[in-house]
Design a protein around this ligand. Structure first.
Ligand code: 4NP
Length: 157
């Protein structure tokens, strides 16, 4: 069975494309059958590739190329097409709940939340930061994406 996961941040050019790539990488290595995408709750960057700093850190620390990804805004269909919609922070979590249509089937949670709800930790926005912030961000989404993939594998969620 394919599990569909949508990573969600504000602009879809920094955190969520990195989370998308990290999760695809770990799920593939673990042999999980997944469909992964990412989107922004805001639409200002729709059509843009990931921020060049995100591309650089994904390549350098993760060994993955994300330059072909293009930003898009969250759409109503996402709430039925994806099994999990994983927000990077609580603002985006709230935005997802606000956009959620009736009949939505996808589960909404923060990416870094061990019990999908409890003790959630925000992935800080690196957009106005420097390269060290992007490095921290990559390590954070990479670790959280791996943990989420492991929980899927173990059937814990
Ligand atoms: P992201 O970062 O949500 O991780 O993609 C941001 C990118 C762009 C903006 C804010 C956050 N912006 O205001 O344009």
């Amino acid at each position: 069975m394919t599990v569909s996961v949508l990573m969600v941040c504000l602009g879809n050019i920094c955190r969520s494309p990195m989370a998308e790539a990290a999760f695809r990488h770990h799920a593939g290595r673990l042999g999980l059958d997944v469909n992964v995408d990412s989107a922004g709750t805001g639409g200002w960057h729709a059509g843009d590739p990931p921020d060049h700093r995100a591309q650089e850190v994904a390549r350098r620390l993760g060994g993955v190329e994300i330059g072909d990804l293009r930003a898009r805004q969250v759409r109503t269909e996402d709430f039925v097409e994806f099994d999990y919609l994983l927000a990077m922070d609580s603002d985006n979590l709230r935005a997802l709940y606000a956009l959620r249509p009736s009949g939505a089937t996808g589960r909404i949670a923060m990416l870094d939340s061990p019990a999908l709800g409890a003790d959630a930790v925000a992935v800080d926005d690196p957009y106005y930061g420097d390269s060290a912030d992007f490095e921290r961000c990559w390590r954070h989404v990479d670790r959280a994406a791996y943990a989420f993939a492991m929980r899927l594998l173990e059937g814990g969620i």
